[in-house]
Structure formats: structure tokens, C-alpha cells
Design a protein around this ligand. Structure first.
Ligand code: AMP
Ligand code: GLY
Length: 427
């Protein structure tokens, strides 16, 4: 198969790395890719949202399977366009991607299909008075969510009525998240441990990957601002087999059945963000794509040909009922540019990458935002690299040591990382 991967993050580097192990792969193309993917295939300078450009490329290169990494092209309907042209593509349609692109859609869907999630109320521009009234009677903390895509930043946890009114009104007026906040979801605050489960589905059948845990905050001990994710580990010991079974029966299956019965079957990967509460697992959010950095820990644990799996899903012919996984664990530490998730500098030379012998050490260095030029690698964004260490069985302590040992050998001006990634796997 000739395969095209769309995107340029650590997630896409990890997807390409796993695809390279496939027996079925003839050529690998990445649009636009990064310095890491350049070593595995051909980087093509086409933007992920340039659907016409991608279509032309796929025809010219006779691509057999297109795999969409980020949400933006899905939200713009790349899957609908490609399918209408008879092309094989992995991902949900624009309508199905609403599970991520509209939080109000996702919440109403869950309510209708009785899928466990936090209690909520939806407000639109014009509902200012109703919102103020609701916030007066609410108990705190509570959660405000911009309806639309906000690059992982559209969620605010609020401690007082005063802050809720100020932030809620600012969101509705488009002052904080633009049009994404014009519709607002106000949600009950859930307590518990978070986990992410990825279901790969052809719309009817599905398999799950190892449950993972992300580290969303910028500082150690989950303090500071929310980010795209500063590290991850899998399989999380906080989700034993029985809990995963409950997630499949009470959440994933009803979601897929509900989407089919609503006439918008969901295909591709469904990212289920969960809070494991005292009352069982509840959905925090859905994403219509693989998580980043969770992908960097869940894909290395798959003991199966990824190209075959994603092709079968795209064809609607998934036969597996359980995906073979390695009896191993993975820990990924993200190296970011200091200042992220706010302002940061780019264009810094990265050194020490050569000091890591991936095969011998059991460490994988996934590039996120990097750029190669005249034999050197430079930083090109907020999250720069994801260093993933693999360990045997459930020995997370060894993987954590391995990951941080590799991290300490990589240098660039302003490199920042959390020092407590994986600690929750040891509790
Ligand atoms: P989301 O983008 O919806 O996953 O929200 C980002 C982060 O905000 C989540 O990973 C949680 O840490 C937190 N969060 C979202 N919704 C809730 C909730 N209802 N209760 C507690 N924390 C939440
Ligand atoms: N790591 C969180 C996400 O991919 O949305």
C-alpha cells in the first residue's frame, strides 16, 4: 500500500513509526510532516486543511490509504470529500466529527443515548440572563466549556459565581474564544482520576487500545495552565480490565450504536476522555482523532499490523474483536519550548539526538514540532519532542528512569519538561 498520513505532530510521527513495521507498506508520504517523519517517508508541503491539494496528491501518487491525524481537516469534511471520490480514508465524516467539534452536540447526544457524563446546561448568545440566573443557583467549582474547537484551551474550571459570570459572559460575547464560545456548556465538576481510551471502529465493530493517562497541565503536580498534553503513560493501572469492560459496554458500544441509529455512523478512531469517578467512568470529552501525546504510548504497545488494521477499518471490514497488545508499558515525556502554552521562541538548535540508541535503549524519540535544515534539527513550535520509553510488564519505574535519562541528554535553548510524568502509575 501507498499510504499518506496527514499532520505534523508527535502523534503523526508515532503513526508513521508504527506503519513502517507493516509488511503491507510500499511507500509512506506525510503532509506536511516534521524532521522526524522525514526519516521515515516523503514529507510533502501541503497543509492538512488544503483538501483539494491533498486530493490531487493522492491521485497523482496512487495513494491506497489516507490517515488523518488532526481534527481540523475532519471538521472540514475531508472524509466526505475523499469517500465521494471513491478514495480510501481513515477518519470520521464531518457530521460524525461533531462529537468533538461541538461540545453541545456531544452532550445532547450522550443525554439522548443515556451515556454517563457530567450534568450540564447549554447557553447560546442571547441567553445572558438565563446564564446569570443559572450561575447564581449553581454549586462550585463548576466547568465552563466553549462549544467549538479551541485547541484544547476552551475549558475553564471556576470556583466562584463572580468568576463564572465574568468568564461565561466573555465567552458568549466572543471575547475569549471567538465564535467557538458563542455557545457555552456549563457542566458539573467531576472528581476522580482521568484516563483516555481509544476505540478503532468501522462504525459497528471496534477494538480498544491500551488505556492511557495524559498530563494536561504545564507544571508538576498538575498545576498551572492546561496544555495539549505534557506526557502520557499506558496502560494506566487505574483502569483494570473490569473498568475497561464497563467503558466498552456502557460508553463505547452505546456511542457507536447511537451514532448509527442517528444516521451518522462513526468511523475511525474515537478518543474517549474519561473521569473515573466513585459512580463509575463518565465521559469528559470525545475527540475524533488520536490523542497527542497518548498516541506516542499506545501505538508502540500494539502487537498487530497497523496498516492492515486501519485499512480494514476504512473498508468497513474489521474482523478482530480484540486487538493483540504487547505485555509492556510505555511512558512519554514531552519536551516543550519554555513559555508554552503561551508565547515561546522557535528556531533553536536541538542537540543530543544522536546520543540516543533507540533500539538498544528501548527509547523512541518522536518529533512534534521540529524542522531539519542542512543536517541540523531546529525547534519549530510549542511541543517539540516526545521521548517514549518502553518497559516490560508493569514496571513503570524502569520506564520512567529510562525516559528521563534520555531526556537529560537532549538539549535546546529554553527546553522545558515536567519532572513527574508517570508518577501516577506508581501510586
Ligand atoms: P476537555 O477538553 O473537555 O477534556 O477538558 C480539559 C480538561 O478539563 C480535562 O482533561 C479535565 O482535566 C478538565 N475537565 C473537563 N471537564 C471536567 C469536568 N466536568 N469535571 C472536572 N474536570 C473537567
Ligand atoms: N492529549 C489530549 C488530546 O490529544 O486532546
Amino acid at each position: 500500500m501507498n499510504i499518506l498520513v496527514i499532520g505534523n505532530g508527535g502523534r503523526e510521527h508515532a503513526i508513521c513509526w508504527k506503519l513502517k513495521h507493516s509488511k503491507e507498506i510500499t511507500s509512506l508520504h506525510i503532509a506536511p510532516g516534521n524532521a522526524g517523519t522525514a526519516a521515515l517517508g516523503t514529507n510533502v508541503p501541503i497543509k492538512p486543511t488544503d483538501i483539494e491539494g491533498l486530493l490531487r496528491y493522492v491521485r497523482k501518487q496512487e495513494i491506497d490509504l489516507t490517515i488523518v491525524g488532526p481534527e481540523a481537516p475532519l471538521a472540514e469534511g475531508i472524509v466526505d470529500t475523499f469517500r465521494a471520490e471513491g478514495l480510501r480514508i481513515f477518519g470520521p465524516t464531518r457530521a460524525a466529527a461533531q462529537l468533538e467539534t461541538s461540545k453541545a452536540f456531544a452532550k445532547d447526544f450522550m443525554k439522548r443515548h443515556r451515556i454517563p457524563t457530567a450534568a450540564y446546561e447549554v447557553f447560546h448568545t442571547g441567553d445572558e440572563e438565563r446564564l446569570a440566573e443559572f450561575l447564581r443557583k449553581a454549586s462550585y467549582p463548576l466547568v465552563l466549556k466553549a462549544d467549538g474547537l479551541a485547541a484544547g484551551k476552551g475549558v475553564l474550571i471556576i470556583d466562584s459565581e463572580k468568576d463564572a459570570v465574568r468568564s461565561g459572559l466573555a465567552m458568549m460575547r466572543g471575547e475569549s474564544f471567538g465564535t467557538a464560545g458563542a455557545t457555552l456548556v456549563v457542566e458539573e465538576f467531576l472528581r476522580g482520576i482521568e484516563a483516555s481510551v481509544f476505540a478503532l471502529t468501522d462504525g459497528t465493530r471496534f477494538v480498544t487500545l491500551a488505556p492511557a493517562q495524559d498530563h494536561k497541565r504545564i507544571l508538576d503536580n498538575d498545576l498551572g495552565k492546561n496544555t495539549g498534553g505534557m506526557g502520557a503513560f499506558a496502560p494506566t493501572p487505574h483502569m483494570p480490565t473490569e473498568t475497561l469492560a464497563e467503558v466498552k459496554i456502557r460508553i463505547i458500544k452505546p456511542v457507536l450504536d447511537g451514532m448509527r441509529s442517528d444516521g451518522i455512523p462513526y468511523t475511525g478512531v474515537l478518543y474517549v476522555g474519561l473521569m473515573l469517578t466513585e459512580d463509575g467512568p463518565k465521559v469528559l470529552e470525545f475527540n475524533c482523532r488520536f490523542g497527542d501525546p497518548e498516541t506516542q504510548v499506545v501505538l508502540p504497545l500494539i502487537d498487530y499490523d497497523l496498516a492492515v488494521l486501519l485499512r480494514d477499518i476504512a473498508d468497513g471490514t474489521l474482523q478482530l474483536s480484540r486487538l493483540p497488545l504487547h505485555d509492556a508499558n510505555a511512558v512519554c515525556v514531552v519536551l516543550a519550548s519554555s513559555g508554552y502554552p503561551d508565547e515561546y521562541k522557535t528556531g533553536k538548535v536541538i542537540s543530543g539526538l544522536d546520543s540516543i540508541d533507540e533500539a538498544r535503549e528501548g527509547v523512541l524519540v518522536f518529533h512534534a514540532e521540529t524542522r531539519a535544515e542542512s543536517g541540523r534539527v531546529f525547534t519549530a513550535g510549542g511541543r517539540v519532542l516526545g521521548v517514549t520509553a518502553l518497559g516490560e510488564d508493569r514496571d513503570f519505574a524502569a520506564s520512567i528512569r529510562l525516559a528521563y535519562n534520555a531526556v537529560s541528554r537532549i538539549r535546546f535553548d529554553g527546553a522545558y519538561y515536567r519532572t513527574d510524568i508517570g508518577r501516577k502509575a506508581l501510586d
